[in-house]
Design a protein around this ligand. Sequence first.
Ligand SMILES: *Cc1c(COP(=O)(O)O)cnc(C)c1O
Length: 222
Amino acid sequence: MTNDEPARRLAAVKAELSRAAQIAGRDPAAVTLVAVSKRQPMEAIAPLIAAGHRVFGENQVQEAVAKWSDVRAERADLRLHCIGRLQSNKAAEAVSLFDAIHSLDRVSLVTALARAIDAAGRAPQMFAQVNIGGEPQKGGVAVADLPMLLEACRGAGLSVAGLMAIPPATVEPAPYFALLAKLAREHDLPLLSMGMSGDAATAVTLGATHVRIGTALFGQRA
Ligand SMILES: *Cc1c(COP(=O)(O)O)cnc(C)c1O
């Protein structure tokens, strides 16, 4: 196996996303590829950094701090996105490490994040996560409770840039992506974090500005 495999996968994923954007009449540059590096060791991640990729996603604060703190100190252009469920007691750590948080899903977290942002003097870009398929085992605010969550953000002075969702696993995702896009329009939110390895192209045609892709870039996780 040669070592240009990660770079080749990166190029293939980017080409697929560009193609989808063009089909939909969108600018490919308006889609940010978040390379989901959770449970991947730095040896697997480094080739993507070497190939020029700069935006990575992690789902656990502890793992992200351990893996990225040193690398980040050396590379000012790296961007880290938190894509996993966030405990309120990790809000301060998350605010100081991450450039974006895709998992704002409840009022108690709004309060914790607003306080952490005040204290840190730095504000990651925020996505409210919506439980778009109404699945009990998934994170995200219920569709019906989204207005209340956004109202709580306004009340706390927490600025929200977009919505994030993970559609149900075994059904056609397009209707869920379309619903998320409609909710974002209704609330004047410009950003949409939707689409993973299996469905990113579909998400891009329906307006995704951020796709979160792990397996298609890194292969299976440990
Ligand atoms: C793991 C994960 C991804 C990446 O999933 P793949 O299928 O490996 O691309 C995307 N979004 C979230 C929230 C995740 O937890």
